[in-house]
Every structure is written in structure tokens, then in C-alpha cells.
Design a protein around this ligand. Structure first.
Ligand code: PLP
Length: 390
């Protein structure tokens, strides 16, 4: 089956007594066993019958299995309550005190703070390099490096690195390659082929089907010894953070329409980028434009998909504040890939608690607006963006 057919028609693990077409929401904390033997087998992992919903739940397992079937080469998928829960659990399954993370300054704000603040308290060192400079990466990755971490399209700089080249450098030193692929739906990228060992995404975004719920997925490509055991049997059990059954239900539905919705998201992003690129005083950044410096790399790595996020840079920070308050249809809100088009000034919000010098080093410009392009009619979005610019 093609991916859109498979996403809409995944097999259910058992026939539902009522013949439900969708996997029902098992909103219970615990499960009863027919006898003590079945109970022992469940708790010791001999059977995969559920015991307790903090670590296993039929509705969540169903989502994990559908995602796994759409990610070629995946060994396991684990669903968490949010993208950040997925990022922190996957990272803690790989690094330990005394080990090093090599990553970029161009990171989502909370990921940046997780590495440089939270994990530092636990004795993990993070080295920040330009991941588009392969010589600098080679110099930074050493025998003590446990993980090379990247965002496949960085938020909000929209930088794209050469993933296979980075993976070669990391693997030569025995480091794991972990990639956040939130910005382009995972179904378009063959992550394993690119050398990614562990893929992470915030399923709050494209997958949830219109910002219905929070979630995060860890897709394990089976290349790191013990990773699956540590993630599921150690961290998930001891730290918690499993996705809730209700969120899993909504995200399974979201996955059914992901490919259809994405076509419209990206078509709208293209129309907006093309309509605004010649507007005096505005700089448009979107990798789908042929003159974007990352266009060829994006085309090669992400199956010709370029994301439904774009950025506009205005001449001054003041111009930005006037601009964003003039928007009528486009919402002033965070989040990405809602059905509604959203605008935000990352420097004063998502990165607002990071000091101005660090923010400048992260290339989060005071003059930059992040647009998450929704599913409205493109003409209506363009008219609103243009009237505010005018
Ligand atoms: N990664 C990226 C690239 C993001 O943009 C975000 C959130 O905006 C996250 C991770 C975190 O995801 P969540 O908000 O689901 O925790």
C-alpha cells in the first residue's frame, strides 16, 4: 500500500466487539488478567498484554505501530506527552555524565536550554558548532562524543545541513546521530538511509491534525545497542511521560489526513513566498524558492518537500511590531502547522528569556517573523499579509 492508504487503513490488533472502524480510546489506568500466570508474563515482558497505562496502552501502542509502518527501517516507536518529553528521553537514553553532545546554535529554544542548562547540571557537556561547516564538525566530534544532534530544518533560521555527511563524521567516532524532523512530515524523509539513528518529532505539529493535542515521537532505527531497552524499560517506566490515550486517538486520526493536509499547507506556503518575495523591504526565507541557499539540499534530502513554515524579515524591529498588530486573519500565536495561519516574533517570545547576546549568536533576528502557513485560501492569507505590510 502507498503511505496515505496505509495511514488510513492500519490493521487493528483485535476485532472490536462493536466493529469500530477506528481504534477505540482505552481511557483506563490498569488492566485485569485472567490468572496469575498471565499477570507475571505481562509484567516481565514475556507477553505484550498491557498492565498499566503509564507504560503501555492499546490506543497509544496502535499509534506507535502505524507510525512505525510509515517509517522504513524503524525498530520501535515510542510516543511521549510532548516533543520536549521525547527529546529529553531520547537524549538521556544516549548520553551520560562525562559525555559530550555536539550540536548547533540553531536549535528550538527549549532544546537549546535542555542541552546547555538542564543537562549541564547532570554533568553532560554540550559543544555548539556550525553544522553546515563539516571541518568544524570534524574538529568537534571526538571519542567522548555520545551524540550529534540536529534539526533537519532549523527553527526559525531555516538552515539545512548535509545529514549524510554529518552522519559519516559522527559514526566514525561512534557517536549516535539524533535528528528532530518536526519541520517536514517524517513520511517524506528516508531517515535511516540518511544515517539518522534516532528520529524525534513534535507530533503536536503536522501530525496532530490541526493542533488538537500535544505529543512527541521517538523513532528508533535499531542502530544503537540497548537504546530500545533503555528508552522503554528504563526511562519511560522511571521518568513517566507516556502519551495519553486521548492524544493518541486524535493523532492517529491526524495521521490519516497528514498527506492530504500537507499538500495544501505547502502549496499555500509557496504561493505566499512567491507573492511576498518582491515586496519592497521584505526578505522571504523559504527553502522551496530556487534561489534559497538550501534549496538543492532540501530537494535531495526531503523528497522535494520544503515545509509550511517561512520567515519574513522586515527592515526594523519597530516595523515588525507595527506589522504584527495589523494582521486580521493571521493569528498572533505560537505553534506550527495548525490549520490556521500563525505569526510570531520568536526573539521576544520563544527566545524571550535568552539573553540578547546569546540570541544574536543563535541568529534569532529581532526583525524576523515566523509564519506557520495554514489551510485557509491562499489569496485570503496573502491579502492579509499584504495589507499589513502596506
Ligand atoms: N522541536 C521543534 C522543531 C519545535 O518547533 C518544537 C515546538 O515548537 C518542539 C521540538 C517541541 O515540541 P512540543 O511543543 O510538542 O514539546
Amino acid at each position: 500500500m502507498k503511505k496515505n492508504t496505509a495511514a488510513i487503513n492500519p490493521p487493528l490488533p483485535r476485532r472490536d466487539p462493536y466493529g469500530a472502524l477506528a481504534m477505540p480510546v482505552y481511557h483506563c489506568a490498569a488492566y485485569e488478567f485472567p490468572d496469575h500466570q498471565a499477570m507475571i508474563e505481562s509484567f516481565t515482558g514475556v507477553s505484550d498484554d498491557p498492565d498499566y497505562s503509564r507504560v503501555t496502552n492499546p490506543t497509544v501502542i496502535h499509534l506507535e505501530k502505524v507510525v512505525k509502518s510509515l517509517a522504513p527501517g524503524a525498530r520501535d516507536v515510542v510516543a511521549f506527552t510532548s516533543g520536549m518529553a521525547a527529546i529529553s528521553a531520547a537524549t538521556m537514553a544516549i548520553v551520560k555524565a562525562g559525555k559530550k553532545i555536539v550540536t548547533s546554535r540553531h536549535l528550538f529554544g527549549n532544546t537549546y536550554l535542555l542541552f546547555t542548562r538542564t543537562l549541564r547540571r547532570f554533568g553532560v557537556e554540550t559543544v555548539l558548532v556550525d553544522l553546515t561547516d563539516l571541518q568544524a564538525v570534524k574538529a568537534a566530534v571526538d571519542d567522548n562524543t555520545a551524540m550529534l544532534y540536529l534539526e533537519t530544518v532549523t527553527n526559525p533560521q531555516m538552515e539545512i545541513a548535509d545529514i549524510s555527511a554529518l552522519a559519516d563524521i559522527a559514526h566514525e567516532k561512534g557517536a549516535a546521530v539524533v535528528a528532530d524532523t518536526t519541520m517536514i512530515p517524517f513520511v517524506f524523509t528516508n531517515s535511516k538511509e540518511l544515517g539518522i539513528d534516532v528520529e524525534i518529532l513534535s507530533s503536536t505539529k503536522y501530525l496532530s491534525g490541526g493542533a488538537t493535542s500535544l505529543g512527541g515521537l521517538v523513532i528508533d532505527y535499531g542502530t544503537i545497542p540497548d537504546f530500545d531497552f533503555i528508552l522503554r524499560k528504563d526511562l519511560l517506566m522511571n521518568l513517566g511521560g507516556y502519551m495519553t490515550p486521548h492524544a493518541a486517538y486524535m493523532q492517529t486520526l491526524g495521521l490519516e489526513t497528514l498527506l492530504a493536509r500537507y499538500e495544501v499547507h505547502e502549496r499555500n506556503a509557496r504561493k505566499i513566498a512567491e507573492a511576498l518575495r518582491d515586496f519592497a523591504g521584505v526578505e522571504v526565507c523559504w527553502p522551496g524558492l530556487e534561489d534559497n541557499p538550501y534549496h538543492d539540499l532540501a530537494k535531495r534530502q526531503f523528497g522535494g518537500r520544503y515545509s509550511a513554515m517561512l520567515t519574513l524579515t522586515l527592515p526594523t524591529e519597530k516595523a515588525f511590531y507595527i506589522y504584527i498588530d495589523k494582521l486580521n486573519l493571521v493569528r498572533r500565536a505560537t505553534n506550527l502547522f495548525d490549520n490556521k495561519t500563525l505569526a510570531i516574533h520568536p526573539a521576544s517570545t520563544i527566545f524571550g528569556t535568552i539573553d540578547p547576546q546569546t540570541r544574536a549568536e543563535m541568529d534569532v533576528s529581532d526583525r524576523l517573523i515566523r509564519l506557520s502557513v495554514g489551510l485557509e485560501d491562499a489569496d485570503d492569507i496573502i491579502n492579509d499579509l499584504k495589507q499589513a505590510l502596506q
